[in-house]
Ligand binder design. Structure first.
Ligand code: VGL
Ligand code: ZN
Length: 205
């Protein structure tokens, strides 16, 4: 048995003061840091958009963050400009022990399609390499924390389940955007329904 901790998008733009701030987002770094030494390997994902990414409302005249459009056949929520490659907002938060990362997988690099999951783009067309990497290393259990619970963490968890990993959500190591009230709780329900195990960090031995 080999297990990995996957830290999803713990980046400045998703923390208070950032472009797409999540309340208490920084708490996820504290939890992730405390968990790292209990794992065989620690992997991170990083939202890493080109400046012209079409998930940005600013790319679409008269559209605003929160609007939903059709983007190349997929429903796309429009977001504020965030996690632009090379920007401060795209950096991992300073508190995060990035020296413990064995490998970082970037996502959202194609301007024409978004990528919430750390494994695949939203159309499930291209893989980031994370799934193959974990299989190659013999990982069978993944513990997932980070940002945001109701967006990228949720889709990363659902893909991990589909790929056959025993998948744990570290609930106290995530926070939700809550575009709509209750999104975070609904995300947890959906993950649970689809087979994810919900734990708190103090239960991870
Ligand atoms: C995310 C919205 C847009 C996330 C990324 O990491 O949860 N959310 N891009
Ligand atoms: Zn993004």
């Amino acid at each position: 048995m080999s297990r990995a901790l996957i830290c999803v998008d713990i980046q400045n733009d998703f923390c208070p003061g950032g472009a797409l701030e999540v309340a208490e987002g920084l708490e996820t770094a504290t939890v992730a840091n405390a968990l790292m030494e209990r794992f065989d390997r620690v992997i991170a994902t990083q939202d890493w958009h080109p400046a012209n990414h079409k998930s940005f409302a600013a790319m679409h005249p008269w559209r605003y963050p929160g609007d939903v459009i059709d983007l190349n056949g997929l429903q796309q929520i429009l977001w504020p400009i965030h996690c632009v490659q090379g920007s401060f907002g795209a950096e991992f938060v300073r508190e995060l022990r990035t020296d413990q990362f064995e490998k970082v997988f970037v996502k959202g690099t194609d301007p024409e399609i978004d990528s919430y999951s750390g494994f695949f783009d939203n159309g499930h067309k291209k893989a980031t390499g994370l799934g193959d990497y974990l299989k190659e290393k013999g990982v069978d259990e993944v513990y997932i924390c980070g940002l945001a619970l109701d967006v990228c963490v949720k889709f990363t968890v659902l893909d991990a389940l589909q790929l056959g990993f025993k998948t744990y959500l570290v609930a106290d190591g995530t926070r939700a955007v809550n575009l709509n009230e209750g999104d975070g709780e609904r995300a947890i329900e959906e993950m649970k329904e689809k087979g994810a195990l919900i734990v708190n960090s103090d239960e991870v031995k």
